[in-house]
Design a protein around this ligand. Structure first.
Ligand code: PMP
Ligand code: GLN
Length: 388
């Protein structure tokens, strides 16, 4: 057989697919892959059904249905006071995953350097491999996942093309502070770098509010904001994402997007127009529901003996397993599935060298309360099973 693309040499099946498959195989409660085990609201489902029945089933314009782009612009004005041009600066794509692909593909040449904050969501590194760009990692140090500004200054060179930030951050749950964003922005301007900001968990925050990178006016013309309806409206399977960027950047990203998917599912875009019109009470309920779940799973994990790091945003809790086992994170997660019946995500795949941090495990709490409570019952046997 002829050889496959060298671009794939460093690409493996994702840890999310691996853990979910293993969980299903062993009948474990799946607190690994980040998706809710409940659907989003009926009014959005009904809008999708109506759109399908109303014959809105052919290709949408490549950049997205204009009315949806306007609804996205309204949302950014309403929540953050930001102004965007719906025709030129907003693009609807098939999930934040496609947004990351199309953006990084549009910006990067082989040899360009990209700053990533680790632990980091897996797609950014994959895009470095696809494009031939060189990742430079800045460590976010647990337990509060702060970074050292000197590390960032030292990592930036004349070849640095862009930084990727993710706030609220997956997997750590960190919210980048205003000061951190300002420091990152200033350095990026000094080095004339793009800033890609993945904000898919923007509406799932707790004690503090999310600060979008684009709210700093002086960085704005270098910022590409990526978000998704997946987490905000609990329809991860619909894959409706979007990106906002100045016209000249959007134009380039759209050139890639037209050959990745061309356009995104038309009836689902229509449904999302309704979703974006949801009143503030929808967003308040989203936050308070997840807050209760965060605290519920937090206490379940603590009772089971885990040292927990509660998130400021997102729907994940990071735990430190080093106090009660000498297993590494992957071994521990496999044991947890097979012997205890609960699935979680080992965090070493989110680090540049997978062997470097092996004591952190992520649990997802976007699950119904009885599922979380049931997981708690199973986790009660953890210590005994570890000692047997
Ligand atoms: N970025 C981050 C940080 C994520 O956690 C995810 C998973 N929801 C994505 C991007 C991908 O989002 P989507 O499902 O919209 O492709
Ligand atoms: N974002 C989800 C997570 O962090 C996974 C999405 C995926 O499986 N690609 O668990």
């Amino acid at each position: 057989m002829p050889a496959f693309s060298e671009r794939l040499q460093k690409i493996k099946p994702t840890i999310f697919s691996h853990m979910t498959n293993l969980a299903n195989q062993h009948g474990a409660i799946n607190l690994s892959q980040g998706f809710p085990d409940f659907d989003g609201p009926d009014f959005i489902k009904n809008a999708a059904i109506e759109a399908i029945r109303g014959d809105k089933n052919q290709y949408a314009p490549s950049a997205g249905i204009q009315e949806l782009r306007e609804a996205i612009v309204d949302k950014y004005k309403r929540f953050y006071g930001l102004e965007y041009d719906s025709a030129k600066e907003v693009t609807v794509v098939s999930g934040a995953t496609e947004a990351i692909f199309s953006t990084m593909f549009a910006l990067l040449n082989p040899g360009d350097e990209v700053i990533l904050f680790e632990p980091c969501y897996d797609a950014y590194l994959a895009l470095c491999h696809f494009t031939g760009a060189v990742p430079k990692f800045i460590r976010l140090h647990s337990p509060n996942f702060a970074f050292n500004l000197e590390d960032l200054k030292n990592a930036m060179t004349s070849r640095t093309k862009c930084l990727v930030i993710n706030t609220p951050h997956n997997p750590s749950g960190k919210l980048f502070s205003k000061k951190e964003l300002e420091d990152i922005g200033k350095l990026s301007m000094d080095n004339d770098c793009f800033i890609i900001t993945d904000e898919v968990y923007e509406h799932i925050t707790y004690e503090k509010n999310h600060v979008p990178m684009a709210t700093f006016p002086r960085f704005r013309d270098h910022v590409i904001t990526i978000s998704s309806t997946a987490k905000t409206f609990s329809f991860t399977g619909w894959k409706i994402g979007y990106l906002l960027a100045p016209e000249d950047i959007s134009k380039q990203i759209r050139l890639v997007h037209q050959f990745v998917t061309f356009s995104t599912a038309t009836p689902l875009q229509h449904a999302m127009i309704e979703a974006f019109r949801a009143p503030s009470s929808y967003y308040d309920a989203l936050k308070s529901d997840y807050w209760k779940k965060r605290d519920l799973l937090g206490s379940i994990l603590q009772e089971a003996g885990f040292k927990t790091i509660l998130p400021e945003g997102s729907y994940y809790i990071v735990t430190d397993i080093s106090e009660f086992t000498t297993m590494n994170d992957l071994e521990f997660c496999e044991f947890l599935i097979k012997d205890v019946g609960v699935a979680a995500i080992p965090m070493s795949p989110f680090y540049c060298e997978e062997s470097s941090i092996t004591n952190l495990v992520r649990f997802c709490f976007a699950k119904q309360d009885d599922v979380l409570i049931n997981a708690g019952r199973r986790l009660k046997s953890l210590r005994e099973k570890l000692n047997s």
